[in-house]
Write a protein that binds this ligand. Structure first.
Ligand code: 26M
Length: 814
């Protein structure tokens, strides 16, 4: 007997008080705020369980084809609100707590978000499992339960200092641990050959192992009664692991060994583009995919299942290359453990995997040295070699002994070090390979993997990213959601194309006034949050100009800085009167990978510019630079609904898609952006009049590179640019110390890999157009409403539909 949701306030009160007593061992009067939060979360969680258990049973019974989403990251954000929404308990819970003398908002604020991801890729995985549940697709998400998620960012003298994210310390009411269901995952050792009926085969004799303990999370569908599973694995030392060493009598070494094993799920790697080839990272990857594959085979299939039928039952979607070691693992299980013939196993494997690529930067493509891979996973290396041999033989058959081509296509790179190219392995093994926006998929085929596209016609496809309208509209922007529902009815939350219906409302002055009121209210909410959180004062009436995303040179936060410095310099040089300047608050949110020196310098510069600009009386408060530390999903939910202008200014051809760009447009911000990633599709949909385009196109970028890019020439030729850079170089933002930002300045003048200076003039002109447009508030509002009306395409529900149609072929379970 599983509890069913209370339909009354009294019922909720009763369950809540019972949870305080039975789960926390306290009474209402002795409960700490954390006790109350946990009891509330538990009460909500418990009412999802009945549906969840039912769905697990149904999925198993149906024996339908399902998706196993393999991702090293899930950037979930807070759970309470989303689950209240799914169970329709928001109002009941609010009243019930009020009846107990508790303000539910105070408890909401206590939830520490699970930050088990870096940025776009991790958040995309979270949006996808939301859509999978909402669309009743048989599916499960697999990943790692990091004990420490993405670091907490603080600023000390304007510079980033990382603090550990101990998100589990106050308890974790949303998870169910199953230590009894732990699996053993092996590493190291060696391979040996043996004879089996006259055939020589190879097998793995591992050197050590760890336990993988599953932690289950419920993923609730929106108002469809479905609850899916997210299963995250935690590494725990095995007895055997300890015992061998204990028996050797070395207690200290045994305890150290335990620490070693449990390190595997200790911390999320905070890099989001430049893999360092670290051994622990490969351990993490193998650990979670090996546990996930075993889990699927053991629990989702009926005993005696004919493994040749696996492609009818499962597709493993590889979220970037991080889980690609699943390919040789799957082969190892089929061949070594299930005694399948190699060719049959390979046939199945090629139908059971598909690969999503999220980048174009060559330095972001993962490779593992053969030395490391062979030491940690010797049998897998053998399997990879055989896959490569057979693949290259097929390439030879088709193209002849074109050694250049063979070297370029080999899964094994020979220099600078023998290593395995994980993207190539994924491409060879995957039934499909997709990019994450039209432009990105096209460049992937034409520039990154052209030989593979030629060799495998039909393998490459596109699925443009999307975002969940539940979290990023319905929950984050209740004011706008209410307005839309009043206009169109409630169906848009699961059928976002219905937003089209707002087009006619853009012409309605009363609707525009209500929209403007919602935007103003969202700005007040953000302003209150920033005051409480960081002590910032956002001026009334300022345009909110927002750039939030990981700090990376290709994303070009530096271009935004040059715009701010130019606006400032125009005032202090007397070329522009402060009173004539449109008030703007520039809001940044950005974490830098801890080892990314240039990114950290840019963070320092943004804070330094803010310090000066915000305190210079000549500016008369017209320009404000606000950089709240520790941008995360929780803060995103406040910032995005309040924004007027969305900055999507990467160098064309570098941003695979972007997903923040979609969130802003759906919340009625206008975009200033380059022709890059999904910006291209946003602009096509909203129209040129409702989008501020600037900068070179991707072919123009290519052309300038080949011609020879000399950033200093742009500096020489543009007075505003010269003044801005000179001001930074002069020490104006570093108390006269010219050395602090010198590396940034010389990088811009003499290297500038991402062509900030080449796009500067075009960017400044576009910003001048933004100012002019903002002066007509009513026209701006109209454009904002049209952005919303025309961006329904960017629902992650549509992305999932595309994955189903083009890759998975998994019909929804009705
Ligand atoms: C790899 C190895 C070692 C440590 C970390 C990594 C790693 C982790 C995350 C590498 C890349 C990671 O993420 C990349 C990412 O977030 N890419 C973004 O994906 C989004 C979703 O598709 C796109 O919208 C963005 O354009 C793309 O930059």
């Amino acid at each position: 007997p599983v509890p069913t949701p209370p339909s009354t306030v009294d019922g909720f009160v009763k369950q809540f008080l019972e949870n305080l007593n039975l789960e926390r061992g306290v009474t209402l009067s002795t409960a700490s705020p954390n006790d109350r939060y946990i009891a509330l979360a538990t009460t909500v969680r418990d009412f999802l369980v009945a549906r969840w258990l039912e769905d697990i049973r149904r999925q198993k019974e149906a024996q339908a084809k399902g998706v196993c989403y393999l991702s090293a990251e899930y950037l979930l954000g807070r759970q309470l609100d989303n689950n209240l929404l799914a169970t329709r308990l928001t109002d009941i819970a609010t009243e019930a707590l009020a009846a107990c003398g508790i303000d539910i908002d105070e408890l909401r604020a206590l939830e520490v978000e699970p930050g088990l991801g870096n940025g776009g890729l991790g958040r995309l995985a979270a949006c996808f499992i939301d859509s999978l549940a909402t669309m009743s697709v048989p599916s499960i998400g697999y990943g790692i339960r990091y004990e420490y998620g993405i670091f907490r960012q603080t600023f000390v003298d304007g510079q980033q200092v990382e603090q550990p994210d101990a998100w589990l310390t106050l308890g974790s009411p949303w998870e169910f641990a199953h230590p009894e269901a732990a699996q053993t995952i092996s590493f190291g050792g060696y391979t040996e050959t043996f004879d089996e009926g006259g055939v020589t085969r190879s097998r793995w004799v591992p050197g050590w192992n760890v336990q993988a303990v599953p932690y289950n999370y419920m993923v609730s569908g929106y108002h469809n009664g479905r609850v899916n599973t997210l299963r995250l694995w935690r590494a725990v030392a095995t007895d055997a692991f300890d015992l061998r060493i204990f028996n050797s009598g070395d207690y200290e070494k045994a305890v150290r060994a335990q620490t070693y094993a449990e390190n595997i799920s200790k911390v999320l790697y905070p890099e989001d583009s430049t893999p360092q080839g670290k051994e622990l990272r490969l351990q993490q990857q193998y650990f979670f995919v090996a546990a996930s594959i075993r889990d699927f085979l053991d629990h989702m299939l009926t005993p005696g299942f004919d493994l040749s039928k696996l492609p009818d039952r499962v597709i493993f979607q590889l979220n970037d290359t991080h889980p690609v070691i699943a390919v040789p693992e799957f082969m190892r299980v089929l061949v070594d453990e299930e005694h399948m013939e190699w060719d049959a196993a390979w046939e199945i494997t090629q139908q059971c995997f598909a690969y999503t690529c999220h980048t174009l930067l060559p330095e972001a493509l993962e490779v593992w040295s053969v030395e490391l891979l062979g030491r940690l996973l010797p049998r897998h290396l053998e399997i990879i070699y055989r896959i490569n041999d057979e693949f290259l033989a097929a390439v030879r058959e088709r193209f002849g002994d074109d050694e250049m081509r063979i070297r370029n296509m080999s899964i094994i790179a020979e220099s600078p070090e023998r290593s395995v190219r994980m993207a190539y392995l994924a491409t060879v093994a995957g039934a499909k390979v997709n990019g994450v926006a039209e432009l990105h998929s096209q460049l992937l085929r034409e520039k990154v993997l052209p030989d593979f596209d030629e060799f495998y016609p039909g393998k490459f496809t596109n699925v443009t990213n999307g975002v969940t309208p539940r979290r990023f509209l319905r929950l984050a922007n209740p004011g706008l959601a209410g307005l839309i529902t009043d206009a169109l009815g409630a169906g848009w939350t699961v059928d976002l194309e219905r937003l089209r219906g707002l087009e006619s409302f853009a012409e309605d002055p009363e609707f525009r006034a209500r929209f403007a009121e919602v935007k103003a209210a969202n700005k007040r909410v953000l302003s209150d949050v920033l005051r409480a959180r960081d002590g910032f004062e956002v001026s009334d009436g300022h345009m909110l100009d927002v750039m939030v995303k990981r700090l990376h040179e290709y994303k070009r936060q530096m271009l935004k800085v040059l715009h701010i410095v130019t606006s400032y310099e125009r005032i202090v040089s007397g070329r522009v009167r402060a009173e004539d300047v449109q008030g703007r608050a520039f809001i940044f949110g950005a974490k830098a990978a801890p080892g990314y020196v240039m990114a950290k310098r840019i963070i320092h510069l943004i804070n330094a510019v803010g310090e000066v600009v915000n305190n210079d009386p000549r500016v008369e408060g017209r320009l404000q630079v606000l950089f709240p530390p520790n941008y995360n999903v929780t803060l995103a939910e406040r910032v995005i609904p309040a924004a007027d202008l969305s900055e999507q200014i990467s160098l064309a051809g570098k941003e695979a898609s972007g997903t923040g760009n979609m969130k802003f447009a759906l919340n009625g911000a206008l975009t200033i952006g380059t022709d890059d990633g999904a910006n291209v599709e946003i602009r096509e949909l909203v129209g040129d009049d409702n989008f501020f385009l600037f900068g070179m196109t991707e072919p123009e970028v290519e052309e300038l590179w080949t011609r020879g890019y000399k950033p200093a020439e742009f500096y020489q030729q543009d007075e505003d640019l010269r003044r801005a850079i000179d001001l930074i170089a002069s020490g104006a933002f570093s108390n006269g110390d010219r050395t602090v930002f010198e590396p940034i300045v010389s990088n811009l003048l003499y290297d500038d890999r991402f062509m900030v200076l080449a796009d500067y003039a075009s960017y400044i002109r576009a910003q001048d157009r933004v100012d002019a447009a903002y002066a007509d508030q009513d026209a701006w509002t109209k454009a904002a409403i049209l952005n919303i009306a025309r961006c329904g395409f960017f629902s992650s529900d549509r992305s999932i539909r595309d994955y189903i149609d083009r890759i998975w072929h998994t019909p929804p379970m009705l």
